[in-house]
Design a protein around this ligand. Structure first.
Ligand SMILES: O=P(O)(O)OC[C@H]1O[C@@H](O)[C@H](O)[C@@H](O)[C@@H]1O
Length: 300
């Protein structure tokens, strides 16, 4: 189980899939590079971390900081970090790394194949505490991701976990975008002492730091970006929270792996189960959360 992770050459030897190759990415960390004809994409084995998705004819969908660190013990800043088995700080463990262990460990490639529709699908797996994780990513006209979590049947009692697909989107200008789909939803406002509030009936717009955990919501969100002339749609299953985050000016300046001006060009819309909506699993049982990202050109 603790075998040394395979290097790019070994992975290329094992997985001969047209449109997929493994290379040494930033910091020498191994990544898979995908080109299916309908999209290009990239995923690092470090964190099972998707860092690029671009359907043909569109601009890159995901945002990655120019100041991101690419090192074994650090999380990549941008793309789709997987947060597991906790979200944010671990309750009662102030020294524990934010957002859990999943994003700072090397995952194994379990399968890689071309689907009937031409999409490239990969399954990456790892074990964290008593959980077996399988992350399925499908690069096609859309980006589909599924995080399956199984609690070992050797566990003696149920165990709960939090999870998020913490997706960073590239935007032309945070002040000009809007997000539909969370109207009238309740949320926890992390920039206002975790106060519980209710969203208005209007789309979300940004004029300051935003860090909100929307509650009891399974709805699809659309993020409209007039500057990039596109709408990004995030649909999901078995996720009861959506987190919306932009650090704005001061928090950006405090983060070493985040450019001081980069807050203008990103927004996170995160598919999650956190806090009171953490998932509790019985031994031997599993749970799958999915997120699907689609891009549409805006009507002129
Ligand atoms: O810096 P990190 O650990 O990647 O977290 C980034 C942000 O992630 C968001 O999901 C949280 O709601 C924020 O509170 C947090 O600041």
């Amino acid at each position: 189980m603790d075998a040394k992770p395979m290097n790019a050459d070994q992975l290329n030897e094992k997985y001969r899939v047209e449109g997929l190759r493994f290379v040494d990415g930033n910091g020498g960390l191994v990544k898979a590079v995908v080109d299916t004809g309908v999209c290009t994409g990239e995923i690092y084995m470090h964190g099972a971390h998707v860092t690029h998705f671009q359907p043909t004819g569109h601009q890159p969908v995901l945002w990655v900081s120019k100041q991101s660190v690419f090192e074994a013990d650090c999380a990549i800043r941008g793309g789709v970090p997987i947060c597991f088995p906790w979200f944010g700080p671990r309750v009662g463990h102030p020294q524990a790394p934010g957002h859990g262990w999943a994003r700072t460990r090397s995952w194994d490639v379990a399968t890689a194949s071309v689907r009937d529709d031409g999409a490239i699908e990969m399954v990456l797996s790892t074990v964290i505490e008593s959980f077996f994780l399988a992350f399925t990513v499908r690069f096609g006209e859309t980006l589909s991701m599924e995080l399956q979590v199984k609690l070992s049947s050797d566990a003696t009692a149920s165990v709960s976990f939090e999870e998020a697909l913490h997706t960073y989107f590239a935007v032309s200008d945070i002040k000009s975008i809007k997000i539909n789909g969370l109207e009238m939803a309740g949320y926890i406002d992390k920039v206002d002492g975790d106060a519980t509030k209710m969203e208005t009936g209007s789309p979300i717009r940004f004029d300051g730091e935003c860090d909100r955990v929307y509650l009891d919501t399974t709805s699809t969100c659309q993020m409209t970006d007039p500057g990039k002339k596109r709408t990004i749609e995030v649909s999901k299953t078995h996720s009861h929270n959506t987190v919306v985050w932009n650090p704005w000016i001061e928090k950006s300046a405090r983060m070493a792996d985040f450019g001081d001006d980069e807050w203008k060009s990103m927004v996170c819309i995160e598919t999650a189960n956190v806090g009171d909506q953490a998932i509790e699993l019985l031994p031997g049982r599993s749970y799958s959360m999915t997120a699907r990202i689609a891009v549409r050109e805006m009507n002129k």
